[in-house]
Design a protein. Structure first.
Length: 336
């Protein structure tokens, strides 16, 4: 494995039944502080609207809180839903966090889906369906340090100067061939979701490279949970994850009459446990190193909230930091 391997945590702000959203959000910031103490490289916060799957509607806002409570760890959004907000306004927020954190903030964006926020915020399904390239290009221009103007289908305004200016490269969540090509042609790194395994991640990276003019440092998300034995870890995930995923995934409500997504929850949990580092410390190390070897990814972020309990999440982070990270880093040359 290359010396540049990074391991982070991925926080969905998962709304397990019986958990008050405020407690979940406080627990999310505590988890990021714990991840810094445990030696993780970065922490990434998801954004969802009007649903229990994730109770953080503004990943940028929660990232600001986390950055203020930490001193070393990088904090990013995974992802800010670009179809539901103005790209220049998002760039302004990202620039603030970039400057006040001395460069510890990273912006991740995604197209999102045909969900309720398109109706509530007034951006509409048209911008979701065909406006993502325009939004992404405007965001990149606004984060390039110079002035920005627009004369497109969805955005039209005179040239303005970005204040404060910041030069940042956003990460793009890629779940379709079209988005992969958009990211590749613009030289933007991808965020690959935890719903796909090594084979699918490898295929997506190969598709990216077919369109790209140079390499990019992509990020792969995975479920991460450590226990005394692999059997115990899998059993605990099978017990806890369906309580969250069942009502959580049901919260995805399309606004245009298309059928909502359906997934066999038990089969999905089994898939996650099979393809990701869920098990003993030794098993988790093997899974991480195998993923890195098979996909070429050198940056993985682990979803650590699977137990559905604030205290157990903090324990999971501490154990991953103490029992898994040192072993992973011992396998790469030049590790500290």
């Amino acid at each position: 494995m290359a010396a540049s391997m990074r391991i982070g945590v991925f926080l969905v702000a998962a709304g397990f039944p019986g958990m008050a959203p405020g407690d979940v959000l406080r627990g999310t910031t505590e988890a990021i502080e714990a991840a810094e103490r445990a030696g993780f490289d970065d922490a990434w916060i998801a954004e969802h609207h009007f649903m229990s799957y994730g109770v953080c509607p503004s990943a940028v806002t929660l990232a600001a809180v986390a950055l203020g409570r930490t001193s070393r760890i990088t904090v990013g959004t995974a992802v800010s839903v670009l179809s539901a907000q103005h790209p220049v306004a998002l760039a302004e927020q990202a620039a603030i966090l970039h400057h006040v954190s001395d460069g510890r903030f990273r912006l991740g964006v995604g197209r999102g889906g045909p969900w309720l926020e398109l109706e509530v915020f007034g951006t509409g399904t048209a911008r979701f369906e065909r406006g993502f390239p325009e939004s992404l290009d405007l965001l990149c221009t606004a984060l390039n340090g110079g002035p920005v103007a627009a004369d497109g289908e969805f955005f039209r305004f005179r040239e303005v100067s970005m204040v404060p200016q910041a030069r940042m490269t956003p990460v793009v969540a890629c779940t379709s061939d079209g988005t992969v090509r958009l990211a590749a042609e613009r030289g933007l790194p991808m965020l690959l979701g935890m719903h796909v395994g090594d084979d699918e991640k490898t295929e997506t990276i190969a598709a990216y490279e077919a369109y790209a003019t140079g390499p990019a440092a992509h990020i792969g998300a995975a479920l991460g949970y450590v226990a005394d034995t692999t059997e115990q870890a899998v059993r605990e995930m099978r017990e806890s994850l369906p309580r969250w995923l069942g009502p959580g995934l049901a919260g995805y409500v399309p606004v245009d009459g298309r059928p909502p997504p359906r997934r066999n929850i038990a089969e999905y949990v089994d898939l996650l446990c099979r393809i990701h580092p869920v098990g003993s410390a030794e098993h988790c190390v093997e899974k991480i190193t195998t993923t890195a070897a098979r996909t070429g990814l050198r940056h993985l972020i682990l979803m650590v909230e699977g137990a559905g309990d604030r205290a157990r999440t903090l324990e999971n982070i501490a154990r991953l930091g103490a029992e898994v990270l040192p072993a992973v880093r011992a396998l790469r040359p030049g590790a500290a």
